[in-house]
Design a protein around this ligand. Structure first.
Ligand code: AHM
Length: 314
């Protein structure tokens, strides 16, 4: 038996061989995303040594302050994907408009949250990149169910690349010694039930009744509270340990906080492929026809048992 670890490149090439008609374009796209992730990771690692935490003085479409690292991560990803020749268009949480590739255009549309939770980098807290891939025949405002693949790159105590192209969810850890993502978490399935909840409790007074009832229930059950405030970190833990993540609508965030196309759809796709459940109100977020590029929606997702209980209270 071979003890050689499987690299992300080998893994996606192997997947490609299962489809004799595959052109290799998707494989290349994933490899380019991983390459951009390594570049971003190495910059984040420099922490306060660089000049990356400074504010640019700009605000993005979602009215968030843009820091230099947001702009840097966005540029690295957009330039890498544009140069890859695999992309028809790129949309990013950091860009007002869709970037249509005109030269060496490819088959895919990519949605990016280049550096989710970026305000946390100033405190050396885990952040991540979220990506969502569609075929170019999809509309730019397609339902999440049409995603070809989705995943995230987590910049934490280790750097991880977690993705699904439908079917399995697999996780790869960056081996800094060789600069390669290696398969470390094959076929991730989310536990059917967990004992951790993640929600911003600062919004408690603004919650609706079902959310208040649900929170009373998890406390009665002595769940543990864990909330990083970086979606990728909170989701990664939920995926591996189970439990529930909530960013519901409340009186302060009447539409929720997270963006449908850049955050909710890719994460919901991953969670569902791993055997979990994702809700937007009573509905599956992947069934929603987006009304605008930067649309926000409420979301509750995680282990089947907890999310179904939440649904039963609605
Ligand atoms: P950002 O795109 O401005 O970084 O906001 C997204 C982040 C998510 O990572 C996280 O889940 C959420 O906002 C936390 O919001 P809050 O601070 O309201 O709890």
């Amino acid at each position: 038996m071979s003890h050689k670890p499987v690299s992300l490149t080998e893994f996606v090439l192997d997947e490609q061989r299962k489809y004799p008609k595959a052109s290799g374009d998707f494989t290349l796209l994933l490899i380019q995303l991983a390459a951009a992730g390594k570049t971003i990771a190495s910059h984040i690692r420099r922490g306060g040594l660089g000049d990356m935490f400074g504010k640019t003085g700009k605000k993005n479409t979602s009215n968030d302050e843009v820091i230099a690292l947001d702009e840097y991560s966005n540029d690295v990803l957009v330039e890498t994907l544009t140069a890859s020749g695999q992309v028809h268009a790129v949309a990013s949480e950091e860009m007002d408009e869709i970037h249509h590739v005109t030269k060496h255009t490819g088959e895919y549309i990519v949605f990016l949250d280049p550096l989710d939770g970026s305000s946390n980098t100033a405190y050396s807290i885990t952040v991540g990149t979220i990506f969502s891939i569609y075929h170019k025949k999809s509309s730019m405002l397609a339902r999440g169910i049409e995603q070809v693949a989705a995943g995230y790159i987590l910049y934490g105590t280790s750097v991880m690349f977690v993705y699904t192209s439908g079917g399995e969810v697999n996780g790869f850890t960056l081996d800094p010694a060789i600069g390669e993502f290696l398969l470390s978490h094959p076929s991730i399935t989310i536990p059917k039930t967990g004992s951790i909840y993640a929600i911003n409790e600062g919004n408690a007074l603004q919650w609706d009744t079902p959310t208040q009832e649900f929170m009373a229930y998890v406390k009665k059950q002595s769940f543990s509270a864990r909330y990083v405030g970086s979606l990728v970190a909170d989701i990664h833990r939920t995926l591996l340990k189970g439990g529930i993540f909530l960013y519901p609508a409340d009186t302060k965030h009447p539409h929720g906080k997270l963006r449908l196309l850049f955050e909710v759809n890719p994460i919901a796709f991953l969670i569902q492929q791993a055997g979990g459940v994702a809700l937007c109100g009573m509905d599956d977020p992947l069934a929603i026809v987006p009304s605008s590029l930067h649309q926000r929606v409420p979301v509750v997702l995680g282990s089947k048992e907890e999310v179904e209980y939440y649904r039963s209270l609605l």
